[in-house]
Design a protein around this ligand. Structure first.
Ligand code: FAD
Length: 361
């Protein structure tokens, strides 16, 4: 059987997961080409900055909820059977204040916080937290078994899995998406391109998706340990500030967040915001510092990442650009990991459909 040449543009969680799933189909010969690769830390590269946990924000009954549902199956398997991937189970505690939903839109995290979410039947041990066990100031709360992904281990693991399956990775910077067809490692033109360019889908020629906006997230990575993933529906510091604590697997430290600043491109960390993040985290999760102040946090690094938000929702579509089929898989906002397998499975399906159309012509 002749091989089909594919170039995946992007080596974030979307590009690498799509490449990995494509590599399981024997007839595909895959190159991943990207400006940034695992190991890089850059404001144009969202994936290393994520917490990252599984806390769906998709609306029930939508395609996005289906992608999240399908992703849980795979992340659960990794946490159970593949410790080398850097994904571990953690209890996720979500605390809700009624005041966060009164008279304002609520924070980005708060809007997604329901005490009766659609995913309660797929994650293990979903339960309401008894009022007596809620921290002071909260009205409601839930807990379930989730996973956290240590991105510093997981992105290299995805890369290794791709390499093992014969995928070739190359650096490349494209002004127009169709240029990627000439980056296949065989030296011959690719039959299909997969576009996993994240926020850059707003700029790259041939795509220029004007509904792409950044949602800036600032984090502090600390050595202190937490009891699990802890988050709450809002803060007293404005609707674009949020509070969450995510303990990463395998000595990865704990991520403290954060903010959700839509339209903000600033790559520099704000020290005042960092202080507020740490203060809120130790208040919400006192076990981080044994009930002591933020001076007892041991900081590894401050981080700033831009969530690649697509105002019209994640784009998984196919189209022909300059005579080459392009399958899009971008615009995953603050949920690129927790939707990664579902979205990539959908993209792989479109690759098959596009190539079938091509074969009939
Ligand atoms: P990116 O990781 O940005 O990768 C884009 C790739 O495309 C890069 O390799 C880049 O070099 C390449 N590229 C772009 N343009 C070009 C070009 N012109 N030429 C060549 N290459 C190009 N998600 C969760 O699921 N759970 C969480 O808990 C979570 N927490 C987060 C916390 C923060 C602070 C942030 C910032 C994000 C968080 N996210 C979380 C969201 C998640 O990180 C993103 O949705 C995800 O990383 C997007 O991945 P991506 O592969 O689409 O984009």
């Amino acid at each position: 059987m002749s091989e089909t040449r594919i170039v995946v543009v992007g080596a974030g969680v979307a590009g690498l997961t799509t490449a990995l799933l494509l590599s399981r189909i024997a007839k595909y010969n895959i190159t991943v080409a990207a400006k940034h690769m695992p190991g890089d830390y850059d404001i144009e590269y969202a994936s290393p900055w994520a917490g990252a946990d599984y806390l769906p924000v998709s609306a029930p009954g939508t395609e996005a909820a289906e992608w999240d549902r399908n992703t849980w199956t795979e992340l659960e398997k990794l946490a159970r059977h593949s410790p080398e991937a850097g994904v571990h189970f953690q209890d996720a505690f979500k605390y809700i204040r009624n005041t966060d939903f009164e008279g304002s839109e609520g924070s980005a995290l708060g809007k997604a916080m329901s005490s009766d979410p659609w995913y309660k039947d797929i994650v293990p041990n979903f339960r309401k937290i008894p009022k007596s066990q809620l921290p002071a100031g909260f009205d409601d709360g839930t807990c379930f078994r989730s996973v956290c992904i240590n991105t510093a281990i997981y992105l290299p693991w995805l890369t290794s899995e791709c390499l093992k399956a014969g995928v070739v990775l190359k650096r490349g910077v494209f002004g127009h998406i169709s240029e990627a067809a000439h980056m296949h490692h065989s030296g011959q033109k690719a039959e299909l391109i997969v576009n996993c360019t994240g926020l850059s889908a707003g700029k790259i020629g041939g795509v220029e998706d004007k509904s792409m906006v950044p949602a800036r997230g600032q984090t502090v990575l600390v050595r202190n340990e937490a009891i699990g993933i802890v988050s709450c529906s809002g803060t007293d510091d404005g609707d674009d500030e949020v509070c969450y604590v995510i303990p990463r697997a395998a000595g990865g430290g704990t991520i403290l967040g954060g903010c959700y600043q839509e339209g903000n491109w600033d790559s520099q960390f704000d020290p005042n915001l960092a202080n507020r993040i740490m203060k809120r985290a130790v208040e919400l999760c006192p076990s981080l510092t044994d009930g002591k102040g933020i001076e007892h946090l041991s900081v590894i690094r401050h981080g700033v990442g831009l969530r690649p938000v697509r105002l019209r929702g994640t784009r998984i579509e196919k189209e022909k650009i300059n005579g080459v089929w392009v399958v899009h898989n971008y615009g995953h906002g603050g949920y690129g990991y927790q939707s990664s397998y579902g979205c990539s499975q959908a993209a792989v399906k479109l690759v098959g459909e596009a190539l079938a159309v091509r074969a009939r012509l």
